[in-house]
Design a protein around this ligand. Structure first.
Ligand code: SAH
Length: 231
């Protein structure tokens, strides 16, 4: 582990303490921290941002999208309480970083990305790095991945305006989903959705966050806050 990576892990530990009164978690599972250590974030950012790869912030990955902040990746991974037998669905593959972290802790990760170029580059990157338990699909994840459902956990890495019913339906009893909820580029809350053994749904707000938008309709273009064009 190099110095910058050690700094990144220390920052995650500190931020977990700072936010514990909201998240209820003083520290993340050591297995989650080990997965964060094992996945080299440098491999998931472009050369232009390589110096910032271990900073605790999001970075551009092209197409107006970002690789999430390491602390948030660790938090989301920790919140879904996965085991080595879990099968996990991620919506919003982006660079493939969150999928790589999850894949070190579970049996299988299925991940969906709506921008074909990002899906393809993540697929190639993950293959080159030797990840064999991640399947990347290009398309909208708003309706989940019915053929592979149900899942032990669902991690949505883009902000939705509501919780898609299809995703709730694809959770196993006892499973968990994390999903940022709120208006695009404005205040959002990271929600933890739990399906109890008898199928009842419980939702709780965990922390204020900021994610790129989840495109909710199949034909919808992502909202660009810097564009003057009306849609
Ligand atoms: N998890 C990523 C970060 C993703 S940023 C990482 O670790 O790098 C959010 C991603 O969600 C973007 O790439 C965006 O294109 C994608 N996205 C937005 N709406 C989507 C949808 N409906 N289905 C699938 N992917 C979507």
């Amino acid at each position: 582990m190099n110095n910058k990576q050690k700094c990144m892990l220390d920052t995650i530990r500190q931020e977990a303490k700072f936010t514990a009164s909201y998240t209820g978690r003083e520290a993340f599972d050591e297995r989650v921290m080990q997965a964060m250590q094992a996945v080299d974030r440098e491999e998931f950012v472009s050369k232009d941002y390589i110096d910032l790869a271990f900073e605790n912030g999001p970075l551009p990955i092209g197409h107006g999208q970002t690789i999430s902040q390491p602390f948030i990746v660790a938090l989301m991974t920790d919140l879904v309480d996965i085991t080595t037998e879990s099968v996990v669905l991620e919506i919003g593959t982006g660079s493939g970083y969150q999928a790589a972290v999850l894949s070190r802790l579970v049996r299988q990760v299925f991940t969906i990305e709506r921008i074909p170029q990002l899906a393809e580059s993540a697929r190639q990157r993950l293959k080159a790095l030797g990840y064999e338990n991640i399947e990347v699909r290009s398309g909208s994840g708003y309706h989940g991945w019915k053929e592979k459902a149900p899942f032990d956990a669902i991690v949505v890495t883009a902000a939705a305006t509501h919780i898609p019913q299809s995703l709730v339906d694809q959770l196993k009893p006892g499973a968990r989903m994390v999903i940022p909820l709120g208006l695009p580029y404005m205040y959002q809350e990271l929600m933890l959705v739990t399906k109890s053994k008898n199928g009842a749904i419980h939702t709780e707000s965990v922390l204020g966050v900021s994610f790129v938008p989840l495109v909710m309709a199949d034909d919808e273009a992502p909202i660009n806050p810097h564009s003057n064009q009306s849609r």
